[in-house]
Ligand binder design. Structure first.
Ligand SMILES: Nc1ncnc2c1ncn2[C@@H]1O[C@H](COP(=O)(O)OP(=O)(O)OP(=O)(O)O)[C@@H](O)[C@H]1O
Length: 263
């Protein structure tokens, strides 16, 4: 189990006379991610979702710091151990596709992910590409020759090829049309079946309610919801999460009397 215990993230602020102060961005966030569980993390833009994922891998920029503990199977992981576990136990799929090295082809990126698993072989590679709707000729291309959605699928492909027990995926379905997003989530569900724990940052509460086992929501720097999909669809959660859910067409379809047109 991967646990976030009392995580606070603070930003350095310098006064005009040079004194440094730490100002909170996120405050006392605690939750756990179980193996074989897909958990969606929602919240409005700028709430700190990406920073929370980055803090779990010790990837925060120098002007930010984390307080609290990241624990794996009950053991607190110091920063140097978190860095060692990157790619092997914990895998981060960043929001920006600039995480792809511009000097390496897609083949090199995927090969590296495969070497970590030792599951090599062209067969595995082409199977994964097919699952992510990527043609074989994409292997020769450099990141600048990919569309935003293709680059995102290459990043997802690296994550699925890695041996990670926990995947922290930041807006993995952004820039994808509905069909491609559903296919991407089907891939995450396959990983979940294999026992992988997935924390998925998203703005799409409708998709979260369809695919995630649990939904977490951040609001004003704190974690204000940690509920199951069923609790959400049955009207649970904080006021702002309920308002968000009830504004979605999915909510109205769910409660529309049979035979009436859905909105
Ligand atoms: N390096 C940084 N220095 C100072 N502030 C930062 C830094 N990185 C992020 N922030 C601030 O931290 C807050 C949270 O940022 P974060 O990227 O985690 O938001 P988010 O919830 O992922 O937003 P979005 O949904 O738009 O991606 C924002 O207010 C942002 O401006």
């Amino acid at each position: 189990m991967l646990s976030f215990k009392h995580i606070s993230i603070e930003r350095a602020h310098y006064r005009w006379y040079g004194k440094k102060q730490w100002r909170p961005l996120l405050h006392d966030v605690s939750f756990s991610l179980n193996p074989g569980e897909l958990v969606a993390l929602v919240g409005t833009s700028g709430e700190g979702k990406s920073l929370l994922l980055q803090s779990a891998l010790d990837l925060l920029p120098d002007n930010l710091r984390r307080r609290g503990d990241i624990c794996l199977d009950g053991e607190t992981l110091p920063p140097q151990q978190l860095r060692r576990l990157r790619g092997t136990t914990l895998c981060y799929v960043p929001q920006g596709v600039d995480a792809l090295n511009p000097l390496l082809t897609v083949h090199s990126h995927l090969n590296r992910a495969m070497r970590l698993t030792n599951s090599g072989g062209q067969g595995v590679l082409s199977q994964q590409l097919q699952r992510h709707q990527l043609a074989l000729d994409v292997l020769k291309r450099y990141p600048r020759q990919l569309s935003g959605g293709m680059a995102r699928r290459v990043l997802a492909c690296c994550a699925t090829l890695s041996p990670a027990r926990y995947i922290l995926a930041d807006e993995i379905t952004a820039w994808l049309d509905k069909e491609a997003a559903a296919q991407m989530l089907d891939q995450l569900c396959l990983l979940r079946q294999r026992g992988c724990g997935i924390l998925w940052v998203t703005h799409d509460l409708a998709l979260a309610a369809r695919y995630a086992d649990r939904i977490l929501s951040l609001h004003q720097g704190t974690l204000c919801d940690n509920l199951t999909r069923r609790q959400l669809t049955e009207g649970g959660g904080s006021e702002q999460l309920r308002a968000h859910w009830q504004a979605l067409p999915e909510y109205h379809t769910l409660f529309a009397p049979e035979g009436s047109p859905s909105c």
